[in-house]
Design a protein around this ligand. Structure first.
Ligand code: SF4
Length: 734
């Protein structure tokens, strides 16, 4: 340990080691530090927004070294000069008063936290984890990470944890939003490959949104829809009359969690009517005949009874699909967060395949991603898949990555790590003793989170690495490692249409906060595996390694020259191989009808629909739906709540939407305080009587801390994604 101390002291004094400049930063007011060397004091630069997966380009305007304002970049091909409220206000959280500015160590007995220096924090971190590893084995420590940090940081974290520190179990909050799409694509197409480009929003003549509300969840994507010159037919399948449903040509208000049945109903009609593309099916797919036989087991009357959508209405929608020359299918969390989510996503993929609506402009089975870098996490986090979408179970893949990283192959685990839900179970069972949570707020966002909080309190050691000290998870931490946020570091994000965009440091992190990248680099040194990561010296150096990891994969990005290439190109969609050019900076997949499976055919995958494990009954007679509230709120609001502007754009307190007929029966008026209960807990909310929800359903926006006290611990069996969207509830006047 003495040697380590000397080493760090030397780094600081000589300024030749990792992170030296940030180690000598003094705590102080935001923005008083030096600006990055490459920017002039009153310059403007561009960077990608750090909230959602749309990946809008923003301009950062600097004065005297401080990013003082942001505006939408008119030249960026994603947003064409538009941004939603979150993007305009993205600097506000950097200036928040609850920023973590120094490592904080909590005394378990008194509950009080004290500031400690980085050296002590890192030594403590490594000593505690090593001790647990020695005593309980490498499966006793886990991490939970995020889709909000840059790809290079995710890759570093996953490689450090598994190849350097020798642990196994880790997952990311992308399990909560995109695991279903990941698995569905992988099984159907042979690789996790959303096939579209945003131009498809403008080139479809029929757009079908399933469990997706882009009007507020992805507002800039919706703007692209409104720019469609083909006067498109817009169909929304959603139990709630969302903002998008209100703007649609047709809204199908299905019964909660009957989407799989409805999609099979549409497929059945298309087959029966012969409204399918037989040449495409014959040439590019497999499993169609079995799927068609499976569809025969359903009756339209049964489907109508389950879904609440009449057979006539189903026929009308099938006909619209048939008549469309360019039909695109879009889904988001309404599909991904369900008890049979993977098969539901694949039912959408089946519709696109059987009608030949894929690989052409304005078509596709298109999952819209959630977080700004969930796509980066899916491909490069080294969590579920190995770097570059490789497989931990494949000896060939392990050898490739070991060669690339110049590490011993034996350092790469051969088994998959536990998924998020299994890690939480592991904590409850006492098998996981220490948890490292990076830039996510599990104690707010996880289903049934009172249960999770009880589990976290049992941990021997909970480390939270975050921008803020006040998130629900940070408040439970034994050790807080202060991290820089978006705008305070460099790296890349991958957006929903597979576009890799550049994020830049336009502001100094406050106090002693360091970028996650630098924290990982320091941990590597303190752990004693710094040499193994000597080439992981900067985000751009890691980007070079990731290019190598992607070579030969469907997500090959080895043709991207540098960060500067990304910058001047307006981002680049994968794949981008060395011999490719960017004549048109829009690229969709599968134009040649060749998929990434071993026989290059897409697969029809399906299963008999089953009822959700928890449905309304006499005690809890209502469906509780949850989802995004407004375009000004983001997830657990650890950032959006920091903006005075955004706070004015959404209700401060939780509210619950309920149908006028139900409200009348229960004697409830709008603005009444009511109690919403499920089998797991209850909350108090203001009633909002509106026909946005059908009879027998209520809706809660997910952003308030109390909401996931109520949601059910139900998971899709293939993706492990939690089913946030439907459980049984009751309401009473408070
Ligand atoms: Fe940022 Fe998403 Fe809003 Fe674009 S739509 S400005 S990426 S939050």
């Amino acid at each position: 340990m003495k040697q380590l101390k000397e080493k760090v002291t030397r780094w600081i004094q000589q300024k030749d080691g990792p992170q030296t400049q940030d180690l000598v930063l003094r705590p102080g007011k935001f923005g008083l530090g030096q600006i990055p060397a490459r920017l002039e004091p009153d310059d403007t630069t561009t960077l990608i927004c750090g909230y959602c997966s749309t990946g809008c380009g923003l301009k950062a305007h600097l004065r005297k070294g401080e990013a003082i304002n942001l505006s939408a970049d008119p030249d960026y091909p994603v947003n064409l000069g538009m941004a939603c409220p979150k993007g305009w206000e993205a600097l506000a959280p950097l200036r928040a008063s609850d920023r973590a500015t120094t490592p904080l160590l909590r005394d378990k007995a008194s509950g009080r936290s004290e500031s400690i220096d980085w050296e002590r924090a890192l030594i403590l971190f490594c000593e505690r984890l090593k001790e647990l590893k020695r005593t309980y084995g490498p499966e006793s420590v886990a991490f939970l990470s995020t889709g909000q940090i840059v790809t290079e940081e995710m890759a570093f974290l996953g490689a450090l944890f598994k190849f350097g520190m020798g642990f196994l179990h880790c997952d990311s909050n992308t399990r909560q939003c995109m695991a279903t799409s990941h698995v569905a694509y992988k099984q159907s197409f042979g690789f996790d490959a959303p096939p579209y480009t945003y131009a498809d929003f403008e080139q479809s003549d029929v757009l079908i949104f399933v469990g997706s509300n882009p009007c507020i969840s992805h507002p800039i994507m919706w703007q692209r829809v409104t720019q469609n010159p083909r006067n498109p037919t817009i169909i929304v399948i959603d139990p709630r009359k969302t903002e998008t449903a209100m703007a649609a040509t047709v809204h199908l208000p299905i019964q909660p969690k009957s989407d799989l049945m409805l999609l099979y109903g549409l497929a059945k009609i298309l087959v029966e009517q012969g409204w399918i593309n037989r040449p495409y099916i014959r040439s590019h797919t497999e499993g169609f005949d079995q799927f068609a036989s499976f569809l025969e087991t359903f009756s339209l009357s049964g489907i109508a009874a389950t879904t609440g959508i009449s057979a006539a209405q189903l026929r009308r929608i099938a006909k619209l699909i048939h008549q469309g020359q360019r039909v695109s299918f879009w889904w988001t969390m309404g599909v991904n967060q369900g008890h049979e989510a993977t098969r539901t996503a694949q039912a959408i993929i089946n519709l696109a395949l059987m009608t030949g609506n894929i690989g052409r402009p304005g078509t596709g089975a298109n999952s819209i991603t959630g977080q700004c870098n969930a796509m980066g996490s899916r491909l490069f986090a080294n969590v579920t898949s190995m770097l570059g979408g490789h497989d931990f179970a494949s000896a060939k893949d392990r050898a490739k990555i070991a060669r690339l990283l110049q590490i011993d192959e034996s350092a790469i685990p051969t088994q998959h790590s536990w998924s998020y839900d299994r890690i939480i179970e592991g904590v409850k069972e006492g098998k996981i003793k220490a948890l490292w949570v990076i830039a996510t707020n599990s104690a707010h966002s996880w289903v049934n989170h009172d249960d999770l909080k009880r589990a976290f309190r049992k941990l021997d050691f909970l480390v939270v690495q975050d921008m803020f000290t006040t998130t629900e998870t940070a408040e439970l931490a034994d050790l807080i490692l202060p991290a820089a946020g978006w705008g305070e570091k460099d790296g890349t994000f991958i957006n929903s249409e597979r576009r890799i965009g550049l994020v830049k440091k336009v502001a100094r992190a406050p106090g002693l906060a360091l970028s996650d990248f630098k924290i990982f680099r320091l941990i590597a040194h303190y752990w004693g595996c710094g040499l193994q990561f000597s080439r992981w010296s900067s985000p751009e150096a890691v980007f070079e390694l990731l290019k190598g990891a992607s070579r030969g994969q469907p997500c090959d990005i080895s043709g991207i020259e540098s960060y500067a290439h990304l910058d001047r190109s307006g981002g680049i969609q994968w794949p981008y191989r060395p011999d490719e050019s960017l004549d048109n900076n829009e690229r969709r997949l599968f134009a040649n009808g060749k998929f990434f499976t071993s026989n290059q055919r897409a697969r029809f995958l399906f299963a008999k629909p089953v009822a959700p494990p928890e449905i309304p009954d006499a005690e809890f007679p209502l469906w509780l739906l949850s989802g995004r509230g407004t375009s000004s709120q983001w997830h657990t609001q650890s950032r959006t709540a920091k903006s005075d502007v955004l706070r004015k754009l959404y209700p401060e307190h939780p509210y619950v939407e309920l149908n006028p007929a139900d409200a009348k029966e229960l004697g409830i008026d709008s603005s009444d305080q009511i109690t919403v209960s499920t089998r797991r807990g209850s909350l108090s909310a203001l009633a909002f009587v509106a026909s946005t929800v059908g009879r027998g359903s209520i809706f809660l926006p997910m952003h308030y801390p109390e909401v996931n006290r109520l949601t059910a611990p139900v998971f899709d069996p293939h993706s492990g994604q939690p089913s946030y969207k439907a459980c049984a509830a009751r309401i009473e006047r408070a």
